[in-house]
Design a protein around this ligand. Sequence first.
Ligand code: BG6
Length: 476
Amino acid sequence: HKKLVPFPEDFLWGSASAAYQVEGAMEEDGKGLSVWDEFVKIPGKTFKETTGEVAVDHYHRYKEDVQLMAEQGLKAYRFSVAWSRVIPDGHGEVNEAGLQFYENLIDELLAHNIEPIVTLYHWDIPQALQDKYKGWESRQVIEDFTRYSTILFERFNGKVNYWVTLNEQNVFTSHGYMMGSHPPGVKDPKRFYEANHIANLANASVIKAFRELEIKGKIGPSFAYGPTYALDSKPENQLAADNNETFNAHFWMDVYVFGKYPKLAMKWLEENNLAPTIEEGDYALLAEGKPDFMGLNYYRSSTVEHNPLDGVSEGKMNTTGEKGSTEAGGVPGLYKGTDNPFVEKTNWDWDIDPTGLRIGMRRIDSRYELPILITENGLGEYDTLEEDGSIHDTYRIDYLKAHVKAIQETISDGVEVLGYCTWSYTDLLSWLNGYQKRYGFVYVDREENDEKELKRYKKDSYHWYKKVIENNGVTD
Ligand code: BG6
């Protein structure tokens, strides 16, 4: 057995959310529309046509939600700012009421000794910028995103110590431009690599601005990563796993940390006429974007095997972990997703693999030598609200307990981990899956087509996590 060292005293026991998924108040107090507000209006895009118009009404109930956090002893709360709430058209006038909402939320958290972790971008680019210049496909977004971020840095400097730049760049670009399942619904690999490169530049530009303005605290991206395994020890399958790590993990994290794309990936992109346009000065900018930590969103690992060059697969790239495994698809000649017979799966067919979190963090640590902030991890499941208002989510406790243990083992391996944000604090709107796929410690009573009273109920996992925080780790 591994000898375990205790969690650091200042370990951030946290939880997370994203603006679109919780706030609602879609057009209140001057908020502009985002691409998600518009995208979900297209019939057939989401489960039961759900939208974030009301979501879980956090905009109006944030005090109640923070009160629940305070009672639980939560040390950190990660949330995102909706760009179009702060700058309704993305680049013009600032909406003071929008800024004030986030200031109120931050103050409320600080009043209860909860560390705010602020995500600048969780997928909701203002629709106005999409209309004006195609959002992430134009280099103009670099300047606009930097200006928006700078406004937040300056306003909240000294109050916020942890900033997350882009949430899961690999997911929003691949789903938005390769698979077409997220806005803007494009399926074009060339446009995907171009938009992704521009997002890389925007990420670096914001970090550069953060340094130049000497903003207090730490900044880094949140990346959706889970390790890739080979199906077996057949060398061809090992090579496929290697390819997957290169294309779905190093392809992003190398750019964040080293300011350059992995050689192998660039070579392949050039051969396939997919390489992004690199302009003079791009690499210099990327080199200035080194983060202070690697934010990690971990849900699952994925498993791949060799993919012969005969067009067997769908020929699309997947994003490791987040939509990995059976959904993985693959790229002929590189890898293809396959089933891992050694792990259990959730009702949404996601591999449950706490050891994968340890492996993933060790890989990040040895390649990038940065502290890790776990910015998301959790289990999406159906929950049942009992008549007496309880929710017995033992499955969620089991999932989280196993992952907390894996984190402690990883810390004991010598890896620096700053904190752990579960996904999610309250139940919230799953982008494409409506409200039935629940992640929270706090149950929110609403259904897809029935808002009910949006009442909050503590799940069993709420009480369990309270103890974990009190004990600075799992003790039983
Ligand atoms: C992450 C996102 O990809 O996974 C979250 O950052 C999201 O915003 C979470 O909700 C879970 O995904 P899903 O599809 O189960 O809602």
